[in-house]
Design a binder for this molecule. Structure first.
Ligand code: ADP
Ligand code: MG
Length: 238
């Protein structure tokens, strides 16, 4: 578990700057939601926190350590994507065990870690199935299981529910919050859906065109939006 600081981070692709000096403090054990319209820079910021993308300037700080030059594997961060990114030819068990096998973790320890994660996510009966034999919600749980088994310091979620139907999306919001309640792992959750942000976050970060418009608890943003953009975005129906 860890706190994360984003300090005056800028990002350019070629001549185009897409993040214009972003400052965010993510407290240890918090559930922070980055919300904003498509194209505002959410995934880019998340990828920089994971180390999959370099910052152009500024610092990413995890537990007091600047990690700008630390490779992704050494950051101890696990990321869950929208498209699940499961390996279709591997059973659920092997999907969840994969990163531990790569890290040459002892097989009995892997076995334990996978069964523990499967227990938390209600996947114990599905470990011998292939991803194509699972429902959308089960696949998303496997994707989360792959992140949990590593017991990371930080979880990053990039629009994990956008491929699910409306009913399942609501159910999975609760499941993800319960998971956080249980593990208390610092979580940064990206969505373009303001209802998801309002119902899930301890802290919401509203982004727009590469800048932060406002940071606050859901009710703070609702009662005291900093500007017209935040008021319109948080107040509008899904
Ligand atoms: P979001 O996740 O909020 O939808 P992104 O972080 O994906 O936004 O993208 C922010 C901006 O950066 C967009 O204008 C996008 O086109 C641009 N962008 C993202 N990745 C790249 C890349 N690898 N090369 C060039 N432009 C990119
Ligand atoms: Mg995105």
């Amino acid at each position: 578990m860890a706190d994360v600081e984003i300090c005056d981070v800028r990002k350019s692709f070629g001549a185009t700057e897409v993040l214009h000096g972003v400052d965010i403090t993510i407290p240890d054990k918090s559930f922070t939601v980055l919300v904003g319209p498509s194209g505002c820079g959410k995934s880019t910021l998340l990828r920089m926190i994971a180390g999959l993308e370099k910052v152009t300037s500024g610092d990413i700080v995890i537990e007091g350590q600047v990690v700008n030059d630390v490779p992704p594997k050494q950051r101890d961060i696990a990321m869950v994507f929208q498209n699940y990114a499961l390996y279709p030819h591997m059973k659920v068990f092997d999907n969840m065990a994969f990163s531990l096998k790569l890290a040459k973790v002892d097989p009995t320890v892997i076995e334990e870690a996978v069964h523990r994660a499967a227990g938390i996510l209600n996947l114990e009966d599905y470990l011998e199935r292939y991803p194509r034999q699972l429902s959308g919600g089960q696949r998303q749980r496997v994707a989360m299981g792959r992140a949990i088994v590593r017991d990371p310091r930080v979880f990053l979620f990039d629009e994990p529910l956008s491929n699910l139907d409306a009913k399942l999306r609501v159910q999975m919001r609760t499941e993800i919050r319960e998971l956080h309640q249980r593990l208390q792992t610092t979580t940064i959750y990206v969505t373009h859906d303001q209802i998801e942000a309002m119902t899930m976050a301890d802290q919401i970060v509203v982004m727009h065109d590469g800048i932060i418009e406002q940071i606050g608890a859901p009710l703070e943003l609702y009662d005291n939006p900093a500007n017209v953009f935040v008021a319109g975005f948080i107040g509008s129906p899904a």
